[in-house]
Design a protein around this ligand. Structure first.
Ligand SMILES: Nc1ncnc2c1ncn2[C@@H]1O[C@H](COP(=O)(O)OP(=O)(O)OP(=O)(O)O)[C@@H](O)[C@H]1O
Ligand SMILES: [Mg+2]
Length: 592
């Protein structure tokens, strides 16, 4: 991705306006300090003249005292100015990182589920760490290069012109010769560092994937295979970084040779002038010092574009996340007040069709389903029929492509997110827990619950009995994704979460994994308690759920094939009969 000049200016303007301008006082002080540093550098070069001419040659008694004092004073001011400039510029740089990371997290977490389904979490992670870092280093360097280095260069050139205009013109010819190879090297470096950034992204993705799939890796005995996969990425980064150092290292000897020739030439011409008495040795040495000192700022200025390009490529990747607008938008004028939780609100799913953004296939086709207050509706169907997809549309994880969903006659698109997410409680197949305490996991969310709420929820969900056994009770940390809990315990924690939220409508994706009958009974019991007095839409995998349901909707190939009670469907529906034969009948209260 080659960032064009116009884009570079656009990106820089945006960075400056949003993240640097607000620190303008610090920036101005910092720039002032850079002027002092640059001035002091030039002053040091200039001082070579009186040192040589007055002290060494004329043996001036006053200046032998004054010049060392001046040197100390200059060093003192230069030191203070560099310190202030350095801490203020670092502050601006680090603050930029922090500000962007704050915003990036907010933007990324608000992105639609469909975005997260498609973008690898490692990619986001590497943008978060690598790219923001490169961006900040770039902005930091660019400001310092442009201001401090150009000022130093200009002041030093000033010293050179002050002493000898002709020689200064001659010396100026040398700089383009030095700049050319540095620019070439910079171009190569840019390409290498872009590949390094990409390499870091791939490594981060693969690392996070490997560690989250650690159980699978062990189960398949594929530790060596995984190690080799990661080795490849690490070696790739090693090769690239080593290559970049090799390329970068050419710059120094190259410049030294060119500047060696230039200095040789200047010594010859300048020296001849001294011998001929056209100039003093002090003037000549001061000139030479300024020329030597100009090497460093020229070098950084020459590589400025490369630094800038690397940073801008990162800026594009960072802004891409910052600018990502969720497609599922919250209404600005929610009609929450027209609905009350206590109201007898029925859910009306009407003429819904749906396809995932990543595919063209319709997963749901013309679904019509009304669920009345207090009703328990079971969804059954073959795997892949679209049951989970339908459930995900109610809390607006996805919006339907066609049709609408209403609560009490109001389209859910006209209700606030907080209302919808409080209205529905989802207990899903895949339970995700945070590496925090049990209490944190059960009370998770923006609402605040009392201790009594927590205890009630745990009692009803049969969590209390296993929580009691932990040395720290409610404050026991559950491990990454609840690794310290058993499958059944995790399910009970998920049920406790739903209890404590006490939403009027339950969305339940029954677990398909098999548990022992004691654990199973506890879960069944807690689910029964949870569902009682609530409206529920349940993806049923258990015979008891199907039999207890008020109505059963058979989803087949994204359509509702039939709707009715168990007793009717078993006679009238071929699909239901088949599902019953295949799954429910064999169970005898076990899960299929
Ligand atoms: N994020 C996604 N992107 C694209 N397609 C998807 C996505 N999630 C699911 N699908 C597809 O949608 C179809 C329905 O999936 P869904 O998860 O709704 O099935 P299900 O009825 O819940 O099955 P199961 O009983 O196995 O849980 C499947 O063909 C699946 O491949
Ligand atoms: Mg499913």
């Amino acid at each position: 991705m080659n960032v064009k000049n116009k884009d570079t200016i656009k990106l820089l303007t945006r960075l400056f306006a949003n993240y640097v301008r607000k620190h303008r006082l610090k920036l101005i002080i910092s720039i002032f300090c850079m002027v002092i540093v640059a001035g002091a550098t030039a002053l040091n070069a200039w001082m070579m003249q009186p040192v040589l001419d007055e002290i060494f040659i004329n043996k001036n008694q006053t200046l032998i005292v004054l010049i060392p004092i001046a040197v100390v004073i200059i060093a003192f001011f230069k030191g203070i100015a560099s310190y202030i400039q350095s801490i203020f510029m670092s502050y601006i740089g680090y603050k930029l990182v922090a500000d962007i990371q704050h915003q990036m997290f907010r933007a990324a977490i608000r992105c639609d589920l469909s975005y997260h389904n498609e973008v690898n979490s490692g990619t986001i992670l590497s943008r978060f760490i690598q790219d923001v870092g490169a961006l900040s280093r770039g902005v930091h360097n660019v400001i310092i290069n442009i201001i401090k280095d150009s000022l130093t260069f200009i002041f030093l050139i000033g010293v050179m012109f002050y002493h000898d205009t002709k020689l200064a013109f001659l010396a100026l010819f040398v700089f383009p010769i030095v700049i050319y190879p540095i620019r070439l090297i910079g171009k190569r470096l840019r390409k290498i560092s872009k590949n390094t950034q990409i390499g870091f992204g791939v490594l981060t993705s693969k690392l996070s994937e490997s560690f989250s799939a650690i159980k699978t890796i062990k189960a398949f005995g594929s530790e060596n295979f995984e190690s080799r996969r990661i080795d490849k990425e690490i070696d790739n980064i090693f090769n690239l970084t080593y290559k970049s150092t090799k390329v970068n290292s050419i710059a120094r000897p190259l410049m030294e040779i060119v500047s060696g020739c230039a200095i040789g030439g200047i010594i010859f011409i300048g020296g001849s002038q001294v011998i001929l008495g056209q100039t003093t040795p002090g003037t000549f040495f001061s000139f030479l010092t300024a020329l030597l000192m100009a090497y460093q700022p020229v070098k950084s200025l020459a590589s400025l574009n490369a630094t800038l390009q690397v940073a801008m490529a990162s800026a594009e990747r960072v802004f891409e996340i910052l600018d990502k607008k969720p497609l599922i938008k919250e209404t600005k004028f929610p009609k929450d007040n027209e609905l009350k939780f206590q109201d007898k609100n029925n859910i009306n799913i009407s003429k819904i069709s749906f396809k995932y953004p990543s595919s063209t296939k319709l997963i749901l086709k013309n679904i019509n389903l009304e669920i009345f207050n207090g009703e328990r509706v079971a969804l059954v169907g073959y795997s892949g029929a679209g049951k989970t997809t339908l459930l995900n549309l109610l809390p607006r994880f996805f919006d339907p492509s066609k049709g609408r969903i209403e609560i009490g006659g109001i389209d859910i698109k006209n209700l606030s997110f907080s209302f919808i997410r409080n209205y529905f409680s989802l207990v899903s197949q895949d339970i995700v827990l945070f590496d925090e305490t049990i209490k944190y996991n059960i009370c998770y969310g923006p609402n605040i619950y009392s201790k009594t709420d927590l205890q009630n929820a745990c009692n009803k969900s049969h969590c209390t009995e296993f929580i009691k056994k932990f040395p720290k009770g409610f404050n026991e940390i559950v491990g990454e994704n609840g690794s310290k809990l058993s499958g059944g315990q995790k399910q009970r924690v998920a049920i406790a979460r739903a209890f404590i939220r006490n939403s009027p409508f339950l969305l339940l994706d029954e677990a398909t994994s098999s548990l022992d009958s004691r654990s199973e009974k506890k879960i069944q019991d807690s689910l029964d308690k949870l569902i009682s007095k609530k409206t529920a839409l349940i993806i049923a995998h258990r015979l008891s759920t199907v039999i207890d349901a008020d109505r059963i909707a058979i989803i087949n190939n994204g359509e509702i094939a039939d709707i009715g009670k168990h007793s009717t469907l078993i006679k009238s529906s071929k699909i239901y009969k088949h599902l019953h034969e295949l799954q429910f009948k064999k169970q005898n209260e076990k899960i299929f």
